[in-house]
Ligand binder design. Sequence first.
Ligand code: ZN
Length: 500
Amino acid sequence: MTKEQEFFAYLKEIALLNEANGLLEWDSQTGMPQAGAANRAEVSSYISGLAFEKKVNQTMADFLAYFEKNEAELSELGTEVVKKVKEEYELNHNIPTERFQKLMKATSQAHSDWLKARENNQFSDFQPILEEIVALLKEFIPLWKKDEKTPYDVLLNQYEPEMTTEILDQVFGQVRDGIIELRKTIAEKGTKPRTDFVHRHVSKEQQRSFVTQVVTQLGYDFDRGRLDDTVHPFMLDLNRNDARITTRWNEEDVAMATFGVIHEAGHGMYEQNIAEKYDYTPLGGGTSMGIHESQSLFNEIIIGSSKAFWKKQYPLLQKITAGTFADIDFETFYKGLKETKASLIRIEADSLTYPIHIIIRYEIEKMLFNGTIEVKDLPQIWNDKYEEYLGIRPENDLEGVLQDVHWSGGSFGYFPSYALGYMYAAQLRHAMNQDIDIEKIVASNDYSPIRKWLTKNIHQYGASRKPNQLIKDATGEALNPQYLLDYMKKIYFDVYNISE
Ligand code: ZN
């Protein structure tokens, strides 16, 4: 065996442990009896501990030191893989294990405190543990830091490599102002669509039959995936031949699971189409949270907002629901699906207002880490921003600052990925449309050119390219939020009958 082959075999052991843990995780969120949680935590933490140890132990250090000196022995693939492994190795290298364990313990405590605070509807129950998490992260930032400009950049980069607050301030500012402007025009000149029929009863079986056919056409491969029920929907990739999706159903709201499954299928398609050569290496997954979200949102808000797409799919829904929507013509149906309305809860937001929810969180997180506010100020600032940007004010913490799970997990810097996904998706649409006629394809029986374009430009690379490079190579320019604003304007002006 060459040293490189030895190294790949070693990485495969880590990948196999991660895969085993992934299956345990999938099971715990889909089928596991509730009482099994404590036992499951035992086995999960044992296996992830084994995987973590292998990533940071002396064997790994020796491999990296060897390839540092003997770069010439590496194949092209080997060079790509070593680079990624080294990045991961160096990230946590300076954090003392004891401090890391303290953070792990704090986040696990924070989850139950967050649940308790939600039950009592008061932020003060969550505040002390959140203060501890923020303090620990502030302690870690200088240890993680390489050349990032501000403390918040360090957090941001863990989810979106090479993204900066400097870029986000500019693009998020543009998107925020653009959406506020659009909403103003819609309020002044728009005609509200009819939406009551969206809440007609459609059985879970009917919804499942419909959306399964839709995502199959979009390119999600059920021979290499499956769809299960859960409480908080997610996609979980064990490997590119087993990328599973989940959803929750509401028989009185056909839109929820339909868009939900279309979204998760986009995540699954990304994983299913990563090049085989990256199997069992850290390159065999998506490159960042933002790019991953761009793939799910391409399905959900680009294709899922297309009138031509729904014109093609509506007859199928009508057939499966056997008369439920017989009195609803296509135009009414489509417009009802795309209603926009300010809401307090992020996960219930429509595709126009959603980015505002994210931008609010970004602005707050940045203030918290770059120094102008404290944890105790969060509820007030949260409510003020909702009032300023969306014109609605939370009446309590449950409708406001306590709604998301992310902060309890210490995941500061994660939220921007969602809004980046929106912008990337719209920019990819623009570039794709130069090569293939998207509207014509979504009206046809063969959607494969879209999936193939995404595989060629995004999926196949796995984590071997950084997000900004992928976007530049695929679209010919750096991140540009104007494409999202243009697309939203086109969709919502049509839905609200506004002529330019
Ligand atoms: Zn997603």
